[in-house]
Design a protein around this ligand. Structure first.
Ligand SMILES: NC(=O)C1=CN([C@@H]2O[C@H](COP(=O)(O)OP(=O)(O)OC[C@H]3O[C@@H](n4cnc5c(N)ncnc54)[C@H](OP(=O)(O)O)[C@@H]3O)[C@@H](O)[C@H]2O)C=CC1
Ligand SMILES: O=C(O)[C@@H]1CCC=N1
Length: 280
């Protein structure tokens, strides 16, 4: 692999943008990155103007030039996308798939060649270098390919290497995870309004509370339940609030949410396999 590999993104949506935003702030220069999509030219122009990356409407050309191909379309679109570019893919390239639920074997069979595939599950915090990414090695990928992918995702946050079967759980936990936190913040903002706090006062207080709690979790070895107890004075306000969360079975709701998202990742992979079987 070249010192400065050419990286082609097939798909120019939220996740591609988060990665490109983070990558171009660190190790990668925009000239190394090519972006293509299905048909939205305005979006390609935006990516070019915003990040300086090359936009390419000819998908096969974008793929041919790549050392690393990053699949960043929705799982339902991957069969069509690979159908259009598979013959332009050659054996020396590395494919990194971001697709929720879709196995590396499925990608290999869509390409129809023994290509190196790494499956990755980052999250949108990649945009600010704070992604929690997990990666797994496909059957034709080597340790060198894993090292390349690890290095790439380390430019946008932390990286865990996991067995591929764990990626569904990772998707339910940290791939979707930022949305759970945003949902909590939405709820806190709504509540702040209902109890009469001005938005301009509430917003920075909420943000700093989340940031402060996250930093506390990172900087101490104390279990979260201990940190929670340190906030909770007997007979005080926190205890009264947490009792309400318990009445609403908050922890059960969070567990059910992550389990359902994990299950949905499995379903996305299976749906693709059954639609491919129907077409063959
Ligand atoms: N969003 C997230 O937080 C995360 C997403 N992922 C995964 O990343 C992938 C992309 O998600 P996201 O960015 O949210 O999706 P978006 O809907 O934002 O973007 C999808 C992109 O795929 C393009 N596309 C669709 N069909 C084709 C095709 N046939 N050929 C080429 N490009 C095509 C679209 O182009 P056009 O607009 O022209 O149709 C669009 O640019 C998904 O597989 C998802 O599971 C993984 C981790 C986190
Ligand atoms: O919602 C989704 O399917 C994708 C995968 C993880 C985050 N977004």
């Amino acid at each position: 692999m070249k010192n400065r590999p050419t990286i082609t993104f097939i798909g120019a949506g939220s996740m591609a943008e988060s990665l490109i935003s983070g990558m171009t702030k660190t190790l990668y220069v925009p000239e190394q990155i090519i972006v293509t999509n299905r048909c939205d030219r305005t979006r390609l122009e935006y990516m070019n103007k915003t990040y300086g990356v090359r936009s390419e409407t000819d998908k096969r050309k974008a793929v041919k030039e790549a050392d690393i191909i990053i699949l960043a379309m929705k799982p339902k679109d991957v069969a069509e996308a690979m159908g259009a570019v598979a013959s332009a893919i050659h054996g020396h390239q590395l494919i990194i798939s971001l697709l929720a639920g879709v196995t590396t074997d499925t990608i290999v069979s869509l390409v129809g060649k023994n290509v190196a595939v790494i499956r990755a599950m980052p999250n949108t915090s990649a945009a600010i270098g704070q992604s929690a990414t997990a990666i797994s090695q496909g059957r034709f990928a080597t340790a060198a390919h894993v090292a390349i992918a690890k290095k790439l995702f380390e430019t946008v946050g932390i990286v865990a290497i996991v067995p591929e079967q764990d990626l569904h759980a990772v998707t339910g936990l940290s791939g979707s995870g930022p949305a759970y936190v945003y949902y909590l913040v939405e709820a806190m903002e709504k509540a702040a309004e209902e109890i009469g706090l001005d938005r301009s006062v509430a917003k920075p207080l909420i943000l700093q509370t989340i940031i402060g709690a996250a930093h506390m979790l990172q900087s101490t070895s104390k279990h979260p339940s201990i940190l929670r107890k340190e906030v909770t004075s007997p007979g005080g306000t926190t205890e009264a609030g947490i009792q309400v969360l318990e009445q609403y079975r908050f922890q059960e709701a969070v567990a059910a949410c992550i389990k359902r998202a994990t299950e949905r990742s499995e379903e996305l992979g299976k749906a693709l396999l059954s639609s491919a079987a129907m077409q063959s």
